[in-house]
Design a binder for this molecule. Sequence first.
Ligand SMILES: Cc1cc2nc3c(=O)[nH]c(=O)nc-3n(C[C@H](O)[C@H](O)[C@H](O)COP(=O)(O)O)c2cc1C
Length: 308
Amino acid sequence: MKLNELLGIEFPFIQGGMANIATGEFAAAVSNAGALGLIGAGGMSPEMFRENIHKCRSLTDKPFGVNIMLMHPQVDELAKIAAEEHVSVITTGAGSPGMYVSMWKESGAKVFPVVSAVSLAKMMAKAGVDGVIAEGTESGGHVGETTTMALVPQVCDAVDIPVIAAGGIASGRQLVAAYALGACGAQMGTCLLVSEECPIHENYKQALLKASDRSTVVTGRSVNAPVRVIKNQMTKDYIAHEKAGADRMELEKFTLGSLRRAVFEGDTRTGSLMAGQVAGMLHEIRPLRAIFEELQAQAQECLNGLSL
Ligand SMILES: Cc1cc2nc3c(=O)[nH]c(=O)nc-3n(C[C@H](O)[C@H](O)[C@H](O)COP(=O)(O)O)c2cc1C
């Protein structure tokens, strides 16, 4: 079954939950444009999270979901709010949400954890989730080690629940590739950052438009906190200190508040411009609906042109 049928939406796309970016307003705009919008709870207090759910509900009557970052210091409260508010879809990032799955399922939610390895996908399938989002290392933000091309088919072979591909998808060709690997749909983050509706600072959008295929880098692998961002002064300083053997505490000096600096202040020098490797494919700022329609049309065109 395709993701759109599973979720009752028009296009088989999920907008990745993006901390400090994916507000209730943005998620509603995505859902109104025909995909599944997610409110990114990372960076929100429990009160803000509940307000954003209410805001989203006031702006759309379409399905929407939330993304819970499991390393959030108040994750238990956020998890409870998602259940109390009977949110229809819950995705998670950065770890195993095993302890929350039964509470969320009882609240009526469909649960889709993000996984970057086969072992976690298997564990999640056993825990009774509705599907997994297999996210390759090409993606923006927190990343694993394995590429989408290698991860998605291995996850598909290992579990018998729906698999959604994420990481490196910004065109119809990549969408068709994800289907060919066994996925039922796609989650995207980077290509939606350059939508008209995305609330990031204009400087951040311009940095994305200027990016090429080699503009991103992963910081923090040495301290087990790998994050893909656009190269800038912050990543240069971070990586120099990382190479010199700095520990996690020292390195956090560079990243503390850095995503907020990029998103709200447009600080492209010391801010964290989280973005995936597809940043080099982004050439214009367009409405969400136009992005989704083009992806779908390109995928159809690509399928028609394939000969084996
Ligand atoms: C700016 C940015 C912030 C992100 N923040 C989160 C987050 O808070 N939680 C999460 O699960 N994933 C997060 N991600 C990953 C996305 O949800 C999505 O899986 C990813 O962007 C897909 O790959 P792509 O960037 O190649 O489209 C983030 C991605 C970006 C680009």
